[in-house]
Design a protein. Sequence first.
Length: 225
Amino acid sequence: MVGGPEGTTLRKNLLQRLARLDPTQAFRQAFAADLEHLGRLPPTNEPPHLVFAVGGSGAQAELSASFLPSLRPLLERRRLRLTLVAGVRAEVKARFEDELLRARLADQIGRGVEILYEPVLEDYFDRFDALLADTDILWTKPSELVFYAALGIPLLLAPPVGIHESYNLRWARENGAGFKQRDARVIGDRLLEHLHDGNLASAAWAGYRRLPSQGLYQIAERVRV
């Protein structure tokens, strides 16, 4: 996911992500000098990929009933891709399927909408890691998943559950890597605004520049010493 201490995989994925998150080139114009060391953003017509990852217990899966109708125009016009992460919980997968049907989006499954469900935990971890490489916006409660912002993935943060998640929420926002979810019923319009203004690309850049992503290699180096 990182590509070794040099971060080659991280930078490759980040370039592609920034291109998808900056359709008006507002971010590129504002941060041209900062981007010089990273390289040229590739041309793309691919829509950004929103990943909604509920907690391991299925916490906040009910949010899908609120936001799916708002996302339907974007998904139908291929202006957004969506993955709903059910993890290892079959009941969460069933809930997502029901809500997609109610939102008149069942026909979009496999055409820009996916549900990630894997009953075997180890296999799920592998699939989730692979998914993150193609994730452009991660919508989650501020659990340990907030640390993926260091890979240059902007966060859309649902209300915290517990004091530790409140601190995670503050940490991510103070570093410019994420936004509060706010009213999920109008999230489609809000995402369009952030894409137009380059705000999501800016949050991706802030996470990449300001948050640590080399912890594994630093630990390995200290163990060797």
